[in-house]
Design a protein around this ligand. Sequence first.
Ligand SMILES: [Zn+2]
Length: 290
Amino acid sequence: MQKVQEAFEIASLRPVDRVYDKSVYSSDEIKDLFLSTIKKQGLLSSILPSIENLMEREIIVPCFASSGLVSLIAYKMFANKVDKMTYAFYHRDNNKIYIFMDNQTKFIFWINNKLLSALVAHELMHYAARNNPNEFIKFFEDDLITYFRRFFYIYGQADVSEDNCKHIVKWIFNSFEKNQAKFDTISEYAKMLDGQLKDSIPMTSDRDLFTKTMLTRILIFLRNSESFVYLAKSDPETSKLVRSLLESYKSFGIGTPSTMAIQELVFPSEVIAILSEKPHAKHLEVIRSI
Ligand SMILES: [Zn+2]
């Protein structure tokens, strides 16, 4: 207890927000450290003023949390790991990006970790998709079409046309990221998919099976992500879906993306977020536009 108290006093931490009913703490020192780390790591240094601005607007919140909260978030797998104690996390309800550190982490670990900038870029793509959707889709529609075409080919041997894929991508993006999903969104999803796959999977029974298998897994994920993780290990059909989603990143030369694959089918910004970990000019431009 004494140690924790001392750590808090040294860093002059104050509560700045609440996440899952627990306080998170920050200080000017942490913010300065965050910015100087981003500057040193190079990846995002050319857009440092934008990052600083996002921090001032409290869209990016570098903070300390109790180890209990950090492990809760890590356990739920909502977060991206920088190291054992640091997580980057876009909280949809709060509409903020938290960079969580365990309050016992030494500053030096953070400074040395090159992954931090990559994961900040990642979470910023999720934020941009939600808050600047028109700009986002304008920039990344082509990448998403490439990814989804590859996915349908690997998972269902379906050669979906660019036009059909464009429709699918836009529909998923609009239904889940741009707007809040509604009660009947999943059945609408099935109907939409059935229509767009008619050319590439002509047999009705094959198409029905494909759509049903895919949508059932999506529904399980949305209801309880932990059950989905269990199924991914134990059910061959679910692991095939996960493998196909991971393999589709090879279109961009990414061998082993660190992602909970399934999110792509609901939040396509995950694909762009993974790509942004090695940012191109357009990722940086979208961050500037937020
Ligand atoms: Zn993500």
